[in-house]
Design a binder for this molecule. Structure first.
Ligand code: FE
Length: 348
């Protein structure tokens, strides 16, 4: 590593929220017939520790393979992987949103992994077509509304929120967030740029306030009476309802007669320079398995990516829905167009 790389690497390390690698040392017992190994898989993750640690512990228990992990902001971890190049310790990178996974793939940070196990566990639209990354949990981005001020029969599609009946009644999250970019990318994919541009103009026209920084703020604004409808990821609704079960808010499944609800994933890929590729593939396959998917989904009130696995009770209570089956690599491929369109139409 030359001196410039070392200095840059130090800068990147200092902006990571956790800069030391944490090892999960789950105990395992060879007398119970479980494999014992000195192997370690190292994961860089933008998912928070409490969402990944229980999974890694269960994996170690099952396989004897230790998992070391480093958590931080997704963007900083991607920069770190780029700087470290073939010196990286990371065998796997985990993050949220297909837009981010696609970006890591476009920066040549992943290698292709397309095993029969992964193909049979995870549907094709939730995986990169070239096998660079695999979705491991599903979040739906759909409509949330005030049960006090909105009738369910007035809701239908994302596009419907652009019509006059929602004037000064809509709250949206900022266009700067990747979740907004991916939703708009899916609309461009399904309906073309012109139609999507018209919808965005209508949304902007209907906003009751400047776009919110967070999905939780969108829901709080509805509860405060500032607006009546919004668009959020389902697990944020789950968190709010867990705290205040009687909140007068409900989810509505958008586009059920058309393209289906826009879904996105959290996921992972095996790094291009993995020193333990075999262990990383084993971890990826294990994470896609029914056993892991039950844990993975319930930890953050998400949907299992493995469609053979049932959702947790809280999540199931929100009802079933048809999901948009656009391949999620499109969220990356169309991201630049989505960003430009939102800019042109004044969605801030
Ligand atoms: Fe989120």
């Amino acid at each position: 590593m030359d001196i410039k790389k070392i200095i840059l690497s130090t800068i990147v390390s200092s902006i990571l929220t956790v800069s030391s690698i944490t090892a999960v040392q789950a105990t395992y017992n060879s007398s119970e017939g479980q494999a014992v190994s000195d192997e370690t898989v190292t994961v860089y993750s933008s998912r928070k520790e409490h969402l990944i640690k229980p999974l890694f512990e269960a994996f170690t228990k099952d396989t004897g393979i230790k998992v070391e992990y480093l958590t931080g902001k997704g963007g900083a971890l991607i920069e770190r992987l780029k700087l470290e190049g073939d010196n990286t310790q990371a065998d796997m990178f985990m993050t949220v949103d297909a837009g981010n996974l696609w970006y890591a793939g476009s920066q040549d940070l992943f290698q292709s992994v397309q095993t029969e196990t992964i193909k049979s566990n995870i549907p094709a639209h939730l995986r990169d077509p070239k096998g660079l990354w695999t979705g491991l949990s599903v979040r739906a981005r759909t409509i949330v509304y005030s049960t006090d001020r909105v009738k369910e029969q007035d809701l239908s599609t994302y596009a419907n929120l652009a019509t006059d009946q929602w004037k000064d009644r809509l709250c949206l999250r900022t266009s700067k967030k990747v979740y907004s970019k991916s939703l708009v990318a899916s609309m461009i994919y399904n309906q073309g740029e012109d139609k999507t541009g018209d919808i965005i103009s209508g949304w902007v026209n209907n906003l009751s306030a400047t776009p919110n920084a967070k999905d939780s703020h969108v829901m709080n604004s509805i509860l405060a009476g500032q607006c009546d409808v919004g668009i959020v990821n389902t697990y944020y609704f789950g968190r709010l309802i867990a705290k205040n079960p009687h909140s007068p808010l409900k989810l509505f499944w958008a586009n059920q007669d058309t393209t289906g609800v826009h879904v996105n994933v959290s996921g992972a890929g095996v790094t291009k320079h993995a020193s333990n590729k075999e262990g990383a593939v084993q971890l990826l396959e294990w994470l896609s398995s029914a056993k892991a998917q039950v844990i993975y989904g319930s930890l953050n009130k998400e949907y299992p990516a493995n469609q053979k696995v049932a959702s947790d009770d809280v999540v199931s209570a929100w009802g079933s829905f048809k999901q948009d089956e656009m391949n999620l690599s499109q969220a990356g491929l169309l991201q630049a167009r989505a960003v430009r369109l939102m800019q042109i139409k004044g969605y801030r």
